[in-house]
Design a binder for this molecule. Structure first.
Ligand code: DGL
Length: 285
């Protein structure tokens, strides 16, 4: 194989796909990846011990994400999907431009913001609403990506930090959750957004309530579907990553906290059984 300067480069050894999130939320994305791309081997890492990322500083989020990426690459992944919106917003650029070229120059890390921005930019929307954690919204990452592709699009953002704990508590149908959701979404409704980005791994669980509040005319796609399709496309275009197909797909799960908790709640998030789960300490990497 030759690189751009026509120099011979060593092909990558066959590798896996790694999916990383601050905890269980990334399983909402992973479930769609598994449906769209069932014939691959995967490693999922949830940094449950240090969740939530959404309230942390950019430096801390980068450091945690760097450790997670190191772990997944050392375990044999050739490609990592950062399923966490907060880590994608606050750490991905630096991982791609500073960490990767020095440490794993032939491997790749992708996030969730670019595929969603591309999806929304190509439709005929006028005003796009975005909800996410404080760190995601404060980064302005979605706005930057979308306006890079479609400068005419207006963006209205709102951080909605109470939603993650309510969802993790299983309070999906409680009137308190609906009340908080309504309050969060009201300013976006008033601004007449015609599409809404669910900029956090957990929010697909509130999809029906969100649609109810925002009305039928507003487009609210499930991010997992968009991200999985974009990944399929990426894999087709990048055979050099040497991510091999298999008939007997194997998934290894790792969590930085209690594996029993991960399994119990994780199976609800993923919609299927979780086996092969281990606790791991990545804090020294
Ligand atoms: N996974 C995070 C995200 O998508 C939500 C949970 C957290 O704050 O760590 O932004």
């Amino acid at each position: 194989m030759l690189n751009k300067k026509n120099k011979k480069i060593k092909p990558l050894k066959p590798g896996l796909i790694g999916v990383f999130d601050s905890g269980l939320g990334g399983l909402t994305v992973f479930s769609h990846i598994l449906k769209t791309l069932p014939n691959y081997n995967y490693i999922y890492l949830g940094d449950n011990a240090r969740l939530p990322y959404g309230e942390k500083s950019a430096e801390t989020i980068y450091e945690y994400s760097r450790q997670a990426a190191t772990f997944l690459f050392e375990k044999g992944c050739n490609l990592i999907i950062v399923a966490c919106n907060t880590a994608s917003a606050q750490a991905l650029k630096k991982l791609q431009t500073k960490f990767l070229p020095i440490n794993f120059p032939d491997k790749r890390i992708l996030g969730v913001i670019r595929p969603l921005a591309e999806e929304f930019a190509k439709k005929n929307h006028k005003i796009i609403g975005i909800i996410g954690t404080k760190a995601t919204i404060n980064s302005g990452a979605y706005q930057t990506e979308i306006n890079h592709l479609a400068p005419q699009l207006k963006i209205e953002q709102k951080s909605t930090p109470l939603l993650v704990p309510l969802i993790e508590e299983g309070w999906l149908k409680k009137p308190e959750t609906k009340m908080i959701l309504k309050k969060y979404l009201r300013p976006l409704k008033t601004k007449q957004v015609d599409a809404l980005i669910l900029g956090c791994t957990h929010y697909p669980f509130l999809l029906s309530s969100i649609k109810q509040i925002m009305g039928k005319k507003i487009a609210v796609p499930d991010p997992g579907v968009v991200i999985a399709n974009s990944l399929k496309n990426y894999l087709d275009r990048h055979p050099e990553l040497n991510i091999q197909k298999t008939k007997n797909s194997k998934i290894n799960y790792y969590t930085t906290d209690n594996p029993e908790y991960f399994k119990k709640l994780g199976e609800k998030f993923l919609g299927q059984k979780i086996i092969n789960i281990k606790q791991v300490d990545i804090s020294e990497l």
